[in-house]
Write a protein that binds this ligand. Sequence first.
Ligand code: ZN
Length: 687
Amino acid sequence: MTQLSASPADRDNPLLAEWTTPFATPPFAAIKPEHFAPAFAAALAEHRGEVTAIAADQATPSFENTIAAIERSGRRLARVSAAFHALAGAHTNEALLALEREISPKLTAHWDAIYMDQGLFRRVSALQQGRAALGLSAEQARVLERYFIAFRRAGAGLDAAARRRLAAIGERLAALGTRFSQRVLADEQAYTLALEGEEDLAGLPQHLRAAARAAAEERGLAGRHVVTLSRSSAEPFLTYARRRDLREKLFRVWIARGEGGKDDNTAVIAEMVRLRAEKAKLVGYPTWAHYRLDDAMAKTPEAARGLLTKVWAPARGRALADRDAMQELIRAEGGNFTLAAWDWRYYAEKLRKERCDLAEGEIEPYLELDRMIAAAFETARRLFGITVTPVDGVPVWHPDVRVWEVRGADGRHLGLFFGDYFARPSKRSGAWMSSLREQEKLDREVRPLVFNVLNFSKGENGGPVLLSFDDARTLFHEFGHALHALMSDVTYPYISGTGVSTDFVELPSQLYEHWLDTPEILKAFAVHHQTGEPMPDRLIEKLLAARTFNQGFMSVEYVASALVDLDFHSLPEGEVTDVAGFERAALERIGMPDEIVMRHRSPHFNHVFAGDHYSAAYYSYMWSEVLDADAFNAFKEAGDVFDKPTADRLLRFIYSAGGSRAPDEAYTAFRGRLPTEEALLKRRGLL
Ligand SMILES: [Zn+2]
C-alpha cells in the first residue's frame, strides 16, 4: 500500500494512524466526529491515486496488475468507511448526521468514478475477453467476472455524456437516500406515547411495563412510562394494550413515520423512483427492477413477482378467515365495532390463546437475552464446532456493546463478534449485521470484525431482559448473517463473506432461525428467569405447533410491501406524482385487506429508499426463504438437526464460501438440486 504522507494533523487523527488496539479494532474512544472529514479526504485521495496508477500501468493487463491490484487498493478508505457507518447507524449524533449528508454523495461519486474509469474498464474487459488463456483459479475467474459485470452495470461501456449523467444521478440518489433515512430517524426520535397511570397501562404484562419505564428513564422521564416507535416497543403495545383509543393513537403515528410534517419523505421517493428509472434506461434495461434483478438469483422481476403471487392468494385467504374469527371474538365479548388495523395484534393474541392454548406472555419469561445469545452460540458450536468467549479491553462505540472472540473447530482465531442489543435514541430502528473489517487472505490472513445491531428494550434497573419469540428469532437471524462473515474463507475481499446477491444473502440468516425452533435448543436455553425451570415440554410443543398461527397476516403484510416495491421500480419512466395514491392503487389491485397495513409503508421503507441495496429487492427475504425452508429439510431428512455431514456441506458451500460461486451453483453444491416453493408454503402453513 502507498504510504500516505501525513500532515501533522493527520498524524494525530486516530482514523489514519495505525490501530494498535487489541485485534487492531477501531479505537472508538479516541475517535471524534471531527476526525472523519479529514480522514475521508486523505483516504479518498490515497485510493484515487492507487487506482489511477493501476489504470495508467504501461504493462499488458494481467490478473495480478489489474484485478489483484484493485483488490489491494483502498484499504484505508475501507477502514474509515466501516468505522463511520458503524457509528452513523448505531450511535449517531448531530455532527455525524451532518457529515453523513455530506459524505454519502462524495463516496458514491468516488466509487462511480472508479467503476466508470475508461482505463480500468479497458484492462478489465481485455482480461475478461482473454480469460481462457490466463490460467486463473476458479475463484480468480469468478472475481474477474464479478468486476467485469460491476463495471458494465455502472455504465463504463457508455459514452462520455451518458457517464456524466449517470454520475450525477448516482450522487443525487445517495444524497436522497441519506435524507430519507435521517427523516425516518427524526420522526422516530420525535415521538413517544406517554402512559399515565394504571388506566393507560391496562393489559400490559410486567416486562413491558418495565421496558416502558426504562424507555422513559432514558429520555429523562424517570418514574414514568413511554412507548416509542421502535418495532420492539410499538408491536408489543399493540398486542397487549387494552385501551383501544391508545392503540389507535400509537398505530396512526407509527404507520405515518416519514409522511407529512417537516420530515415528509414522499417527494424524496418520487425523485428517487424517477432517477432510478432513468439510470436503468441509460445502462440498457427497461426498468430499475430489470436492472437490479438481472444480477440477482431471481434474474427477472417476473420470477420475483411469480413467487410473491404464489404466496399471496393463500396468505390473503388465511388472513381474511382469521379476520372473521377475530370479528366473532369481538362480537362475543359484546364489542360493537369493526376490527381495525390497530386491533389486529390485540385480537390475534386472544385468538392464539383460544386456538393454540398459548399466550405470548407465557413464553417471554423463558426467553432471557443472555440465554438466547448463548443459544445462538451453542447452535454454531454444534453445527460447525466454533467456540465463542467474551473478551475485555476491545474499544466499542457505546458502553452497551459486548465483544466475543470466535474460534474455529481447530482452535484457530476466526474473528471478533460485537453485539449491540439495546434500543436507544441514537440508533436507527431495525436490526442488522455489518463488519468493521472483512475476511480475506490476499497477502496475509485477515480475520473479520463483525457486529450485530438490534433494538431490544432494556430490562428495568439492569434487570433481566426478556424477549418475545420474534425478538429471539431476530437475534438468531442476525447471528446467522454474522457467521456468514465470520466463517468466510476466501482469498479476495470482493467476494468475502456476505458479498453475495441480495436474494441469496438471507439464506444463512433465515436458515439459522430454524434452530431456535428445535426442542434441542429450547429445552437447554429457554429457562424461566425467576424459577430457573426449563420451558416445560408441553409449552414447547404448543409453541412449535403454533408456528403457523397468524401466518396469513404476516405473509400479507410482507408480500404487500415486496409487491409495492416492485411496482415502484417497474415504471419505465419512474413517474409517480402522488406517492400515497400510487401505494393505495397498488394495494387495491391485489385486494389488500383493509385491516392490514404494509409491513413497511413507503415513507419509512428504509430497505428500499435509504439506499439502493434492497430496492426492487425486498422480495429477497421470501426468495431466500424458499432456499432456507428447503435447506433445513436436508437436516430433517438426515434425522438429526445437527447432522455432521450436512453441516459440513453447509459450511463448505454456503457459510464459508462468500460469493465464490454463483448462488444457484452454491446451493446445488450443498443440496444436490435447486429447491421448489413447497417447503416454504408448508412452513408458513399455506399449502
Ligand atoms: Zn437479514
